[in-house]
Design a protein. Structure first.
Length: 245
């Protein structure tokens, strides 16, 4: 019996000492409260409990949703903006020692940075220069989370919710812009057509016979479109040779 009890105790101690860390995990170990600089893992790790304690840290990329934030743009337009942040831990020891809860801290930092940066731009810039804003947000967040052992790889502004009044105003503006372009295109077409007609008139007036041919061609087109009797005058220079006889 003593041997069995000793074997059970030994097995219990060994199982409490042996930890298995996955490929994407690292173990931050504290020995008597002091940090051991080099993280352990992956694979089988021996922890001399209760002298040593281990905290597991995942090295995988974390997708963090930033909830909609009330942002007042530079031109005093109130919008709701949501975003998504992609980051990962690259220094497990710093992520545990330098900040109490790096996930929560990164989330709050992303929210405040989003409101601060987007409040410096106008609404048109927020809608049209989203790529630049994403890069700026990523750079600022990466700088601020670097001391925590966190690398922010990407920030994407996901959705911009405009007030209904502003949506109607933008729709009217877009419609006016389309009408403006249509009128400009129509005016350019009229100008090109008038230039072509002017050149054609100069070319036709150079030869009187061309005018007569154009006149007869026009009569033929009218007769084709309208199947009816047409009375038209003939120029005197056309019938003059017949009158002389």
């Amino acid at each position: 019996m003593p041997y069995i009890a000793a074997a059970v105790i030994l097995l219990f101690i060994l199982t409490s000492w042996i930890k298995i860390l996955r490929e994407y995990e690292r173990g931050v170990v504290f020995r008597l409260g002091r940090l051991i600089p080099e993280p352990r893992g992956p694979g089988i790790v021996f922890i001399a409990a209760p002298v040593e304690k281990m905290v597991r840290v995942s090295l995988r990329t974390v997708t963090l949703d930033v909830p909609p934030q009330d942002v007042i743009t530079r031109d005093n337009v109130s919008v709701k903006v949501s975003a998504v942040v992609y980051f990962r831990v690259f220094q497990p020891a710093q992520a545990i020692v330098e900040v109490e809860n790096y996930l929560y801290a990164t989330s709050l930092l992303a929210q405040t940075t989003l409101r601060s940066i987007l409040g410096e731009v106008e609404l048109d810039g927020l809608l049209s220069e989203r790529e630049k804003l994403n890069l700026r947000l990523q750079h600022i967040l990466d700088q601020q989370t670097g001391p925590w052992g966190i690398k922010v790889s990407m920030v994407e502004v996901k959705h911009v919710d405009l007030p209904e009044q502003m949506q109607r105003a933008m729709a009217r503006q877009a419609e006016a812009e389309r009408e403006k372009r249509a009128k400009i295109i129509h005016a350019r077409g009229e100008l090109e057509a008038s230039q072509a007609l002017s050149e054609a008139a100069v070319a036709i007036s150079a030869n009187p016979l061309t005018i007569q041919l154009r006149y007869l061609q026009t009569l033929t087109e009218i007769a084709t479109e309208k199947n009816s009797t047409i009375v038209f005058p003939l120029p005197m220079d056309v019938i003059a040779p017949f009158l002389k006889k």
